[in-house]
Design a protein around this ligand. Structure first.
Ligand code: ADE
Ligand code: ZN
Ligand code: ZN
Length: 286
């Protein structure tokens, strides 16, 4: 291979490795697509109009992926800590003064981005990006390990083997297991069908409870409570088998459903009575 071609091949491989390696810390793509699709179906006409005015469509399943796609762009490095909040292992609940003193965590980021998304005085690009960040981070905060512990990076440093001895055997880590591996085992790649099933089966009484609580700190506390259980139940040999999946998949499904219901409720509240981007001027032109 000529030198230039070899260098291009090496550079391309490096970019691919970086791109794949950096995808390790959010609900995986399917998680965000499921949360977004469920939310899209639950928007009020007013919120849908505001979303369409900003994004050009009401496809929150796709919009939720953007915040991970820009992770390789250094101009967005400031957003990296916004994907999670970490608590002391002994804490029962999040304390923003202790866990998020500069406001650079997912709990504080969510209301800030929602406020920008509906602020007609802000430039449209800033509002559009704020909406896409809010969609993503509301999803993230419902992944239990996004309210995790700093010493192991929310489980990213805990190596595990998923489904050992099966055709799906995979060396991965605890965080990625909850981001994507458990979901993939459930969907087999067909996230749309799962989103439709979760929407159909969402218990009405839980929807009322979820919609009545739109405080991001409370969502973090719910995730942190599940995180404590995840660490208690972690097998000593770090082998994650079918019984672990059977014991935990309902929790994953409940968090995805709560994320979709809360995302819609948060957007419906945020855009109630707001001025959509490029709204027709109410000032008479004569
Ligand atoms: N990096 C450090 N802590 C993290 C967490 N809880 N979730 C995702 N990424 C992290
Ligand atoms: Zn994320
Ligand atoms: Zn993650």
């Amino acid at each position: 291979m000529p030198n230039a071609a070899r260098m291009l091949a090496v550079a391309t491989t490096a970019v691919l490795v970086l791109a794949i390696g950096s995808r390790a810390s959010a609900w995986g793509e399917e998680g965000h697509q499921i949360v977004g699709a469920m939310a899209s179906a639950r928007l009020t006409p007013e919120a849908r109009a505001a979303v369409v005015a900003l994004l050009g469509n009401d496809d929150l399943a796709t919009a939720g992926l953007w915040a991970d796609q820009i992770r390789g762009d250094p101009s967005y490095d400031w957003a990296k800590p916004y994907h999670y909040v970490n608590l002391p292992r002994t804490a029962q609940s999040v304390d923003l003064d202790r866990d998020c003193p500069t406001g650079e965590c997912v709990v504080a980021a969510i209301p800030r981005f929602l406020a920008v998304a509906c602020d007609a005085s802000k430039p449209e690009k800033e509002r559009r990006e704020a909406l896409k960040f809010a969609v993503h981070f509301i999803g993230d905060l419902h992944q239990p390990l996004h309210a995790g512990y700093k010493d192991d990076l929310g489980g990213n440093r805990i190596q595990i083997v998923a489904f050992p001895g099966s055709s799906e055997e995979k060396k991965t880590n605890l965080h990625a297991l909850w981001d994507s591996v458990l979901i993939k085992h459930r969907t087999n790649g067909d996230w749309r069908t799962l989103a439709a099933e979760l929407a159909r089966d969402a218990p009405k009484d839980l929807i009322v409870v979820w919609e009545s609580n739109l405080e991001s700190a409370d969502w973090a506390n719910e995730s942190a409570a599940i995180t404590r259980e995840i660490y208690k139940e972690l097998p000593a040999d770090q082998r994650i088998d079918q019984p672990y999946y059977d014991a935990n998949i309902a929790t994953v499904m409940r968090r995805l459903t709560a994320g979709g219901v809360r995302l819609a409720a948060a957007l419906n509240r945020t855009f109630a009575g707001s001025v959509p981007a490029h709204a027709p001027s109410t000032v008479p032109s004569t």
